[in-house]
Design a binder for this molecule. Structure first.
Ligand code: CBY
Length: 431
């Protein structure tokens, strides 16, 4: 065929391809939609907390560049790795590596200056060792083990493929809390397994032939479990797991049919939650943002992918919205119980708009022996570690569950706002 005849054909081909590709793009089109997330992440007091690495990773992945903010976050991370690297959990260190290493930026050298990969290898080993001595229970959890494998895989650290195959079987109890499959955990495992699979295929990592097959089967099964948690409104799991689930589904499209997941519907559901102010914790905002712009944690080590489709987000830092509390605050009263085997209850009065933690503090004032508790700061706000002197333990898979009207809450004590007449409970549980 002569070239002049080929041209209309090529044109026709392009024409038929473009519309279908445009339809498949599942990203926010209106940048204002994500302004509340940026507000939460960027407001300076948050760049110092335990969520710094998550925020840095997220902003870099979506191509938001603000030098002064970036410098401040890197300073904070440097301080953490210099002064308290031994206190960091394995997943926290993995997130620091991902945040520093994303997008081939100058701060990547800090990973090597501070030997962070070696340190992560050691922390990952310690997780495995704990599983061997404590009935298969890691020091932390499988969400963090997945972050570890992901960071080691993306930054050429040492890990054993055989160990990954042994541990990440989808039937492993660590994917479940009680009888519930944890979508967040499964999604992070899919990202880690996909990275390992790609390394095996590229020949970067050696393994026996069966490993690749097993990793593929695990991925398929995890993807099925994630999709089975799809809600009618489009969310997957709950509001806070949906971003991670989207990332997992982006990288595993070979494992499900087009009609099994409507990405647009999920995106719409998340945007609705954003407009309702659901992502008010920096970690929550940082975790959901990459997926909304079509990015995943596997993009971390690709040179060109840290900019959004339309070029870098040239965004001006939004001013934080200041909320003025209502002038006359009325009180509400709730019922609060601590349940171990017996149930201990009290009626507690708190100002309207109070969070769960305020109820626990008030109850503690009423009766120090029955309602005393301790907590520690996590990336998601305060986490209750003990009540009545009874301590949660990862080795024993025990924790203090938060409930309202007998149903588990999907927010922590620092963010759940209580209502008049509510029955609140902290319950000693095995997961
Ligand atoms: N991150 C982690 O290590 C945490 C991993 C995670 C799967 C996490 C959810 C998901 C995520 N994206 O980070 C997780 N939770 C775990 C592993 C756990 C267990 C922690 C112990 C362990 N083995 O490490 C455990 C005990 C089962 C657990 N979560 C308990 C709770 C309850 C906390 C109550 C308390 N004592 O303070 C609570 C409030 C559930 C309840 N009703 O009791 C809870 N978790 C919630 C709600 C959540 C969500 C937080 C959402 C929010 N807006 O605050 C969560 C995102 C998260 C954090 N847990 Co856990 C899950 C969700 O709803 N989608 C990595 C590290 C580097 O940061």
């Amino acid at each position: 065929m002569r070239q002049s005849h080929q041209l209309p054909l090529v044109g026709l081909l392009l024409f038929s391809l473009i519309p279908s590709q445009l339809c498949e793009i599942c990203e926010v089109s209106e940048k204002n939609d994500i302004t509340p997330l940026l507000n939460t992440m960027i407001h300076s007091k948050y760049t110092r907390g335990p969520s710094t690495a998550n925020v840095l990773l997220s902003l870099k992945l979506v191509g938001i560049q603000n030098q002064s903010l970036r410098q401040e976050m890197i300073k904070q991370i440097k301080y953490n790795v210099k002064m308290r690297v031994s206190d960091l959990s394995s997943g926290e260190l993995a997130l620091i590596i991902l945040g520093l290493g994303a997008c081939r930026s100058p701060e990547e050298t800090l990973i090597y200056d501070y030997h962070l990969i070696d340190q992560l290898e050691n922390k990952f080993q310690a997780e495995i060792k704990n599983m061997e001595t404590h009935n298969d229970n890691p020091l932390t959890n499988y969400y963090q083990l997945s972050l570890d494998v992901l960071a080691l895989c993306l930054f050429d650290g040492n890990y054993s493929t055989a160990e990954v195959v042994k541990r990440f079987n989808p039937e492993n109890k660590n994917y479940y809390f009680g009888s519930q499959f944890s979508v967040d955990t499964g999604a992070m495992a899919v990202l880690a397994l996909t990275c390992v699979k790609r390394s095996l295929i590229n020949g970067q990592v050696k393994a026996d032939g069966g490993d690749l097959m097993k990793i593929s089967n695990y991925t398929k099964s995890l993807v099925d479990k994630i999709l089975s948690k799809k809600k009618r409104n489009g969310l997957i799991g709950n509001t806070f797991s949906t971003g991670d689930a989207m990332q997992a589904l982006f990288v595993s499209s070979d494992y499900y049919n087009e009609n099994e997941w409507n990405c647009q519907e999920t995106l719409k559901a998340v945007l609705m939650k954003i407009s309702q102010g659901a992502f008010s914790i920096p970690t929550a905002a940082a975790q959901v943002l990459p997926a909304l712009l079509g990015k995943t944690y596997l993009d971390v080590n690709r040179d060109s992918s840290c900019v959004s489709g339309s070029g870098n987000f040239n965004i001006s830092i939004p001013e934080p919205v200041t909320v003025t509390p209502p002038e006359s605050q009325s009180n509400i009263s709730v019922n609060y119980s601590v349940r171990i085997n017996e149930t201990y209850s009290a009626n507690v009065t708190v100002p309207e708009g109070s969070v769960f933690l305020a109820v626990m503090e008030k109850a503690q004032e009423i009766n120090q022996t029955i309602f005393c508790f301790t907590m520690e700061e996590s990336q998601w706000g305060p986490y209750i570690t003990s009540v009545q002197g009874l301590w949660a333990s990862n080795d024993d898979r025990t924790y203090w569950e938060l409930l309202s009207g007998g149903k588990p809450l999907s927010q922590g004590v620092g963010s759940y706002v209580v209502h008049n007449g509510e029955n609140l409970e902290v319950r000693w549980r095995t997961y």
